[in-house]
Design a protein around this ligand. Structure first.
Ligand code: SF4
Length: 161
């Protein structure tokens, strides 16, 4: 299992400030279990973001959608359709989940709201087959680090389309 912590609110708000319509995608797997990025946390964060932008008079819409596992294609079909109507996706899964999501939904920008535990595999991989598969991914370096620099580049490309 991956242990993740939600990033600080101000950091997430900073990431979201360039967007008007965002989908916050929770993960029903590890980050739900460690109470960082499941359905409940998605709802709480959305409310906080919505209120913060509203107080500043900034138009901002954020909706929530939680799938069973962001690292497993079987759970994506509904999200594939829903995601098309949003400018950006905020992922509340671990780094593996956000990478999977970004590859799966390339027309959207994916951002991560979780400081994940890519090096914190706290349960043996034998516990479930999806965890075993994932282990091989997690032990590699994350190719897509969603740093603010990269975020700026992605935004420029998106605006140029
Ligand atoms: S994407 Fe997979 S590995 Fe990552 S938190 Fe969700 S279930 Fe766990």
């Amino acid at each position: 299992m991956i242990v993740g912590e939600r990033k600080p609110f101000d950091e997430i708000k900073e990431m979201m400030k360039s967007f008007k319509k965002v989908l916050n995608v929770g993960c029903g797997g590890c980050t739900s279990i460690c109470m960082a990025g499941g359905q409940r946390e998605v709802g709480l964060l959305n409310e906080e973001l919505q209120n913060a932008f509203k107080q500043e008079g900034v138009p901002f819409q954020i909706d929530g959608f939680t799938i069973e596992r962001q690292c497993n294609a079987d759970f994506f079909p509904d999200l594939d359709e829903i995601a098309r109507t949003y400018e950006a996706i905020l992922s509340m899964a671990c780094g593996a989940g956000v990478q999977f999501l970004a590859d799966r939904i390339p027309f959207s920008l994916a951002w991560t709201g979780i400081s994940d535990g890519l090096r914190k595999i706290v349960a043996p991989a034998e516990s479930a087959s999806w965890e075993r598969q994932l282990e091989s991914v997690l032990l590699q370096d994350v190719p897509k680090a969603f740093s603010m620099d990269l975020a700026g580049e992605l935004l420029e490309k998106a605006n140029a389309k």
